[in-house]
Design a protein around this ligand. Structure first.
Ligand code: AHR
Length: 494
């Protein structure tokens, strides 16, 4: 038995819609094939960008998109991706399989993509192999409205008005693929680079420092101590954390697994909360006023690549297990929404925990996609505090909570309660007390399937998709919920 109390009258924190952000890198078939097919392609497109992918991402209210990497960001030189396509240089994408990059998708194409998606761009600039001048000039090219040579070059390349850009990353994983730097060295470089990231006209940039991976907290300590404490809030608005459920070294398959691998993946996904707590504790020490945000701008599952595919392309399938990972991770982000103001699932199409897979003109929406769709009502809603006493889910002597839950109230007053049952074999009954609200109706949808490994393929694209849910009733002002095994449920309470 699980017991839940929702304090519907106590919420005061907003779940930023930017927690529901995405990430598209020049990696494998994410940009090329997945997003960009070119104007001449028989695949329906608008100025070279796939219509089906845009439509799918608009349907989940994509709030922001991070680009061009990842590791690729610190190898990317923005001038390679502007001007007539035939004259753009051919470069080597050495991080991701040494494929030749023709730079046909560059700054203008990315900004057009964001316009078509109706989302905010999040650009990650190059620290590892770039210079402060290169970064300063990219910002000027994009956002300056006056009569400078670079603003005029932008106009000559077809864009008269400056773009608005809020989110600007200063390097990526500079402890690793972004330059193998010691935290102190990166902090010094960050201090230098951020000076040259300027605001022009009405544009106001949020400066985002590249942070640490998973449990490594020392980089956060150094950034808070040597940047925020010394230079103050004008120098840094956020720092990043990357958290993967990284199973590649252990040769975990995305689709062939039993309960042991199901359990381990969910257990590792839940452990993101420990990482958040550790990084936030350091941030709270230096910044009790919460100026600096924590941005989890890469997260998701990382399995062995799909057999028969290029291992450097990180293509993997996506099952009901990934839906559970997505659901419980988003719930955790909600809980820390004071600090966690943005997050980006890795990656948007055809790479890692992708919400969308493509094959030629075909498209598949994965179980992860459906979670983002079912949860979209949480975007910019008020987080409702809840208390959950969850039953145990024990496997091989290890225990995790069987149920994960989160609730929010939107501007119209409706409550969205989302629930995950992590137990793959046992249904959960939940009694839910609703404090501060008189519930008149409840309706919902469920994402589940007959097996843990269920997934959508190009032949069977709807094997896992949301269906109406009838397992929740209001009884004497309380909610009684029967949550089927291995499921994600979204309830609207009015
Ligand atoms: O998302 C794939 C890679 O993972 C990114 O390029 C890098 O930042 C991280 O290590």
């Amino acid at each position: 038995m699980n017991q839940l109390v929702i304090n519907a009258d106590l919420g005061h924190r907003t779940i930023s819609r930017h927690i529901y952000g995405h990430f598209a890198e020049h990696l494998g078939r994410c940009i090329y094939d997945g997003i960009w097919v070119g104007e001449e392609s028989p695949i329906p497109n608008t100025r070279g960008i796939r219509n089906d992918v845009v439509q799918a991402l608009r349907a989940i209210n994509i709030p922001n998109l991070r680009w061009p990497g990842g590791c690729y960001a610190d190898a990317y030189h923005w001038r390679d991706g502007i001007g007539p396509k035939a004259q753009r240089p051919r470069t080597i994408n050495f991080h991701w399989g040494n494929v030749v990059e023709d730079n046909s998708f560059g700054t203008h194409e990315f900004m057009d993509l964001c316009d078509q998606l109706g989302c905010e761009p999040y650009i990650c600039g190059n620290v590892g192999s770039g210079s402060p001048r290169e970064m300063a000039e990219w910002v000027e090219y994009l956002t300056f409205d006056g009569d400078s040579t670079l603003a005029n070059l932008r106009r000559a390349n077809g864009r008269a008005e400056p773009w608005k850009i809020r989110f600007w990353g200063i390097g990526n994983e500079n402890w690793g693929c972004g330059g193998c730097m010691k935290p102190e060295h990166y902090a010094d470089l960050y201090r230098q680079f951020q000076v040259y990231v300027r605001n022009y006209g009405g544009n106001k940039i949020m400066k985002i420092a590249s942070g640490m991976g998973g449990p490594y907290i020392y980089g956060t300590e150094v950034l808070m101590r040597d940047v925020f404490k010394v230079l103050g809030p004008r120098a840094i608005d956020a720092l990043c954390l990357h958290y993967y459920v990284f199973m590649r070294d252990t040769d975990f398959s995305a689709t062939e697994f039993g309960e042991e691998q199901w359990f381990i993946v969910l257990q590792k996904a839940l452990a993101i909360e420990d990482s958040l707590k550790e990084h936030i504790a350091i941030m709270d020490y230096y910044d009790p006023g919460q100026h600096v945000g924590l941005i989890v701008d890469e997260w998701g599952t990382w399995y062995s690549p799909e057999p028969g595919t290029n291992p450097a392309f990180l293509y993997q399938q996506n099952t009901l297990r990934d839906a559970l990972v997505a659901g419980l991770t988003l719930h955790i982000f909600h809980r820390y929404c004071d600090r966690v103001r943005m997050a980006n699932l890795a990656q948007t199409v055809n790479v890692l925990q992708a919400p969308i897979l493509t094959q030629g003109e075909k498209i598949v929406l994965t179980p992860t996609y459906h979670v983002f769709e079912m949860f979209k009502g949480h975007q910019d809603a008020t987080l409702l505090p809840l208390e959950l006493k969850a039953a145990d889910y024990t496997f091989n002597g290890q225990t995790i909570p069987a149920v994960s839950a989160s609730a929010s109230r939107n501007a119209a007053g409706d409550i969205l309660l989302t629930l995950c049952n992590l137990n793959p074999t046992a249904a959960q009954t939940i009694t839910c007390e609703l404090r501060g609200v008189q519930a008149a109706s409840v309706s919902g949808r469920i994402l589940t399937a007959p097996t843990m490994t269920a997934h959508n393929t190009f032949e069977q694209p709807d094997a896992v998709r949301p269906a109406p849910f009838h397992g929740a009733q209001i009884v004497d002002g309380r909610l009684a919920i029967d949550l089927p095994a291995r499921s994600v449920v979204a309830l609207t309470i009015r």
